[in-house]
Design a protein around this ligand. Structure first.
Ligand code: C2E
Ligand code: CA
Ligand code: CA
Ligand code: CA
Length: 276
């Protein structure tokens, strides 16, 4: 690229989007979005089994900013984490997710996964908040699957285990998200009351690489050893699916099957599948 004036640099460097000014705009925008309640939306990405039957879905936050357009959660979740806005945002997501589960019976959508941020998880009353949301919606807690990352376990493992046990007591399901990306240690993994491991997209995308293939095989073996379900994220090709199946992973989430979609599209695609 040629070294032009500032306007040129602004235009061509995506890293400009993370500049302090942008950060502030995102923070203010997020506050407005939370206050108005009109720019935030949950999308849903179905997860499927070997026969491409829907076995669940992941709730993914979307933010339609009035001037920036669709802002990626990869961009605004870190800002929300830093500013503490994630607590309110996370509450909103939990409420919307429970509402979706209330509207879609288990026969159509067995379960819904929700991403929980470290800050949200560390909240003293997190378990009570989840319990209150589940109860208000009147849903079976086992249909709500909370995805946490390995990061929540690092700061204070004992506090994290206590929270996980509390969540198990109220009956929700628990998954480790992006498994293999963080600092998992097998010795603590077996002490956690988990239900599922999710293999991060980054490993699936590089399956031609022998190292990544070995990591994926190892993750699947760990899941089997610990009697956990294992879901592969970011499955885009039949080759990837075939590799996963051959190695014992039978649950898939990825563009090969479904892209994240708004609630209405989810509801009608579930109708189409089950004929309900
Ligand atoms: P994640 O939890 O790893 O979610 C999976 C991401 O992979 C989603 O990106 C999804 O759209 C994308 N994906 C799924 N299948 C494919 C595929 O086949 N190919 C490709 N290229 N991508 C695929 P998304 O929706 O942009 O979300 C990004 C991240 O933002 C999530 O990563 C999660 O960490 C975070 N996030 C999203 N919603 C929430 C939320 O409600 N709360 C919190 N705390 N974090 C959220
Ligand atoms: Ca996730
Ligand atoms: Ca994640
Ligand atoms: Ca991931």
């Amino acid at each position: 690229a040629k070294a032009g004036g500032r306007a040129c640099v602004r235009h061509y460097l995506p890293s400009m989007r993370t500049a302090a000014l942008h950060h502030l705009a995102l923070e203010q925008g997020l506050r407005q979005a939370l206050a108005s309640g009109e720019q935030l939306m949950l999308y849903f990405q179905p997860q499927v089994d070997r026969q491409a039957r829907v076995i669940g879905a992941e709730a993914l936050l979307r933010w339609q900013h009035p001037s920036l357009g669709m802002v990626s959660p990869a961009e605004f979740i870190p800002v929300a984490e830093e500013t503490g806005l994630i607590l309110e945002l996370g509450d909103w997501v939990l409420r919307e997710a429970c509402e979706a589960l209330r509207c879609l019976p288990a026969s159509r959508l067995p379960r819904l996964s929700v991403n929980i941020s470290p800050h949200q998880f560390a909240r003293r009353d997190f378990v009570e908040r989840v319990a209150a949301r589940v109860e208000a919606a009147g849903i079976d807690p086992a249909r709500l699957l909370l995805e946490i990352t390995e990061g929540v376990l690092i700061d204070d493992l004992y506090a994290a285990i206590e929270t996980l046990n509390g969540l198990k007591r109220i009956g929700v399901a628990l998954a480790i998200d992006d498994f293999g990306v963080g600092y998992s240690s097998l010795s603590y993994l077996k002490r956690l009351p988990l239900d599922e491991l999710k293999i991060d997209r980054s490993f699936i995308q590089e399956l031609e690489d022998a190292n990544d293939a070995a990591i994926v095989q190892t993750i699947i073996a760990i899941a089997r050893h610990l009697a956990l379900a294992v879901v592969a994220e970011g499955v885009e090709t039949h080759e990837q699916q075939a590799f996963l199946e051959a190695n014992g992973c039978h649950a898939f989430q990825g563009f090969l099957f479904h892209r994240p979609m708004p609630y209405a599209a989810l509801a009608s695609s579930l109708k189409a599948v089950t004929g309900a």
